[in-house]
Design a protein. Structure first.
Length: 417
């Protein structure tokens, strides 16, 4: 039987579009807040674009992408994709007949990365968002995942309460299991513009990480930028660092993998970013002491510290409490610390990052459980000073020794042995 090309039907694509359009119809609060935040960020970060008619530019960009050709001899997996994309957009339009909101929903991130980050010189890259790391073999008897979700605190008013009781998690195919933001100012523009959603492609035939990385390289114009972690069913990991068109790959050799945001440590990616950084600074006539250079240096130092902490925890045998010490790390001064709380790297920095949500979880085995922290975004209290939720997996009862272990751990992240 011939393998299906897509994981989605036209009917499902249409339904996804309808759901997205519904979120914008009538000025839904979340969508309106997203739009305001994006416009505010663009105004702050790209002063050279102040004279742009953002509405007109985004509409034109949307038209450019939809009218672009797609070379099916080069991307045969995409045969029939245009019909799916058009079906999704029909679904959006049938619930929200506003061309600008549709263009914003489908193209705003791409417009920032593929136009503003290429054509204009911004103040700084997008605020550092997030940390992800994994341990394959742990003292808990199952893989451990740790994650921080960082963002601008003022963009939020509340978060939903964490829920436990999840089933055991297994991986039967190569899966993206982590993703954080990363970008390059004065980056390269793509050669391909048509909107290709890689999540719609059936990639079941790609059974090894090298095969999957080769596919991502061939499709490099259609995804990213950002840093990502991929895992295969045997719990092998690979970290990918991605700009608009360029990507670097770091394979794990010891059963652990980690990424953090807005920095590249793979040599060829680090060299490319530093070369483009110099171009962007020269274009603005900035000296060595400037918000961008401080920001980029801080992100790189934080990345190095994360890899060090993950390696040390992996060597001693990872535990849930050990992983929690990493995500909540504030044992060293900013900017090296992993957990951030609105600190400024430079007096002229416009936007500050907070670690808003944090979790560590053991996803399989008899000790399935997770710890979750999240701050009230309306109150400037570091997330490591909040009380965590302790949640167990489906069918796993809370054990007194787990609660006792947490109580005895003290100031998690405040010291690193």
């Amino acid at each position: 039987m011939e393998t299906m090309t897509f994981r989605i039907t036209k009917e499902q694509a249409y339904a996804q579009g309808r759901a997205a359009g519904e979120s914008y119809r009538g000025g839904a609060a979340g969508a309106e807040q997203c739009l305001r935040n994006s416009v505010r960020w663009i105004e702050l970060q790209y002063p050279a674009a102040a004279s742009l008619d953002f509405r007109r530019e985004l509409l034109d960009f949307d038209q450019l992408r939809m009218s672009a050709d797609l070379d099916l001899s080069r991307f045969p997996e995409c045969r029939g994709l245009r019909e799916l994309v058009e079906a999704e957009r029909r679904g959006f339009t049938d619930t929200c007949d506003d061309r600008f909101l549709r263009a914003f929903h489908y193209n705003n991130n791409w417009f920032c990365s593929r136009v503003l980050n290429v054509r204009y010189v911004g103040r700084a890259p997008e605020p550092s968002r997030c940390t992800d790391f994994w341990f394959a073999n742990t003292r808990e008897g199952g893989p451990i995942h740790g994650s921080n979700r960082d963002d601008i605190r003022e963009s939020y008013t509340s978060f939903p309460t964490p829920v436990g009781g999840g089933d055991e998690q297994r991986f039967t195919a190569i899966t993206q299991v982590g993703g954080v933001s990363a970008a390059v100012l004065c980056d390269e523009a793509p050669e391909q513009w048509f909107p290709v959603n890689l999540n719609w492609l059936n990639l079941a035939d790609l059974r090894t990480l090298p095969e999957y990385m080769s596919f991502l390289e061939r499709y490099r114009d259609f995804w990213g930028p950002g840093n990502q972690i991929y895992m295969d069913p045997e719990l092998n990991f690979v970290a990918v660092e991605k700009a608009n068109r360029r990507m670097g790959v770091r394979y794990s050799t010891d059963g652990a993998c980690a990424i953090t945001a807005c920095a590249y440590l793979i040599p060829e990616m680090a060299a490319f970013k530093k070369e483009r950084d110099a171009v962007s600074l020269k274009a603005r006539g900035w000296t060595v002491d400037n918000p961008d250079s401080r920001y980029w240096e801080g992100c790189e130092r934080r990345y190095h510290r994360l890899l060090k902490l993950v390696d040390e925890e992996n060597r001693r045998g990872a535990t849930l409490i050990g992983a929690a010490r990493i995500v909540l790390d504030h044992a060293v001064p900013f900017p090296d610390r992993i957990c951030v709380a609105g600190e400024k790297g430079h007096p002229d920095e416009k936007l500050q990052n907070w670690t808003l949500q944090t979790f560590v979880r053991c996803i399989s085995g008899p000790n399935r459980r997770m710890l979750c922290w999240q701050m009230d975004p309306t109150k400037p209290i570091p997330v490591y000073q909040t009380k965590p939720w302790y949640l167990t997996g489906a069918g796993v009862a809370m054990r007194p020794e787990w609660e006792r272990e947490l109580a005895e751990a003290g100031d998690l992240g405040g010291s690193q042995e």
